[in-house]
Design a protein around this ligand. Structure first.
Ligand SMILES: C[S@@+](CC[C@H](N)C(=O)[O-])C[C@H]1O[C@@H](n2cnc3c(N)ncnc32)[C@H](O)[C@@H]1O
Ligand code: SF4
Length: 398
């Protein structure tokens, strides 16, 4: 979602997709809600405050998303790719908790009537603690949302301030309390490595998060995205740069605590009960991303929407919200499987490395250094290799 969109080919005038592989994959849905009350200084996601988008109304934005659902149904039907039910749905942002529950319900109704829901469909909504009221939660729970991903980030008021977050510890606890009482499965997003965050501050964040008895935690290392307020503050010396060594220690400590609390590691930044939606991305399943700038991946085609919400709405009215499309070659699909699969505890089949002509000596070296290990026919990162996995993959593909 971050950064400029790729260039790609034009969206086909026929509104039909050509399958680039024969896989009969499960179907997943991402819905992007591009509104925030304030832009956090570290974030470069495709999201806007209301002042940045005159003419784009939050209260009516679900109508555009529902229009895109109709569009996707006609594209998939015309392409012979109609799914037999949705296996997971993820409302992300931006701030989906700024929507009224009625808007979430109308979107879910449109998805259900278009494609149906597969049994056990996981329906997650991202929520910012300050806009997560008991009333909103009860409405979206009734509408079908069964998993809540709460943007906690930190329990330390100084860290929350550096990150420009609008919530406090009280908001976090009441959002989680309400979610638990409504029987949501819960996930917490945490960030480590913010300027000024001490080791002890991070320990406190982990301990207090674990008191919430959550099912899942995503622990992200703070990325200093170019062009953000945070990047400017660091380059001017107003804030200190991220300390990579301290971050590695924080990650290791968090891993131990989370695992001891019954939230096993399963992907570089993820712990606990596996999120089916994330797994779908990592296993390159089929998904349609609705909303401005959202990316889709259907039968080896990757395509993406107009990024700005006003242009997205105009493009939808003109016939298609898509800004571009890329047909993935077999090699690109294999590379993607390696990049994504190796980040997970499942790893990848050994034969994938030979299909990609990865130098066996490089693999042997990483095995002997203890960054990779073999499990039958699968190869996976070890505990020591987790934070190095992206670099390993780049080296393998050179
Ligand atoms: C884009 S937000 C959307 C959900 C919600 N608005 C929130 O902030 O929790 C999803 C997650 O991405 C994280 N995120 C955004 N920018 C990041 C960055 N530069 N480094 C690490 N995590 C980041 C956020 O902190 C949040 O946990
Ligand atoms: S609330 Fe979430 S999406 Fe919005 S600016 Fe902050 S991190 Fe980004």
């Amino acid at each position: 979602m971050a950064g400029p969109l790729p260039i790609g080919e034009k969206w086909p005038e026929s509104n039909q997709l050509q399958p680039q592989n024969s896989a009969n994959e499960t179907f997943h849905v991402y819905v992007h809600v591009p509104f925030c009350t304030v832009r956090c200084g570290y974030c470069d996601f495709n999201t806007y405050t209301q002042q940045e988008m005159p003419g784009v109304a939050l209260a009516e934005f679900h109508l555009a998303l529902i229009e895109e659902i109709r569009f996707s149904k006609s594209v998939l039907d015309a392409s012979g790719l109609s799914p037999s039910g949705i296996s997971s749905i993820f409302f992300g942002g931006g701030t989906p908790s700024l929507f009224a529950s009625k808007q979430i319900k109308l979107i879910l109704d449109a998805l259900q009537s278009s494609f149906g829901f597969a049994p056990g469909c996981e329906i997650t909504m991202e929520a910012n603690p300050e806009s997560t009221t008991a009333e909103l939660l009860s409405g979206v729970r009734e509408a079908g949302v069964n998993r809540l991903s709460v943007g906690v980030q930190s329990y330390d008021p100084a860290v929350l301030k550096v990150l420009d977050r609008q919530h406090n510890a009280g908001n976090i606890n009441s959002a989680l309390g309400a979610a638990k009482s409504l029987d949501f499965r819960t996930s917490l997003d945490l960030i480590y490595g913010a300027p000024g965050e001490s080791y002890e501050s991070w320990q406190e964040t982990i301990s207090r998060s674990l008191e919430l008895q959550t099912d899942h935690v995503s622990a992200y290392s703070l990325i200093v995205e170019p062009g953000t307020k945070l990047a400017r503050q660091i380059s001017k010396g107003e804030l200190e740069a991220v300390n990579e060594d301290l971050n590695a220690d924080k990650y290791e400590w968090a891993t131990e605590q989370l695992e001891a609390a019954g939230l096993p590691w399963y992907e570089v930044s993820n712990f606990g009960e596996i999120a089916q939606h994330n797994l779908a991305y990592w296993q390159s399943k089929n998904w349609w991303g609705y909303g401005p700038g959202a990316h889709s991946h259907i039968a080896g085609n990757r395509f993406w929407n107009q990024k700005h919400p006003a242009r997205y709405q105009q493009a939808l009215e003109a016939g298609s919200p898509a800004a571009g499309l890329e047909r993935l070659s077999e090699r690109q699909q294999l590379e993607e499987s390696l990049m994504l699969g190796l980040r997970t505890k499942f790893g990848v089949p050994r034969k994938l490395l030979s299909q990609l002509d990865v130098d066996p000596l490089k693999v042997a070296e990483q095995l002997s250094l203890g960054y990779l290990s073999l499990h039958g026919d699968q190869i996976a990162v070890t505990k020591q290799g987790r934070l190095l996995v992206d670099r390993l993959v780049v080296d393998f593909l050179q």
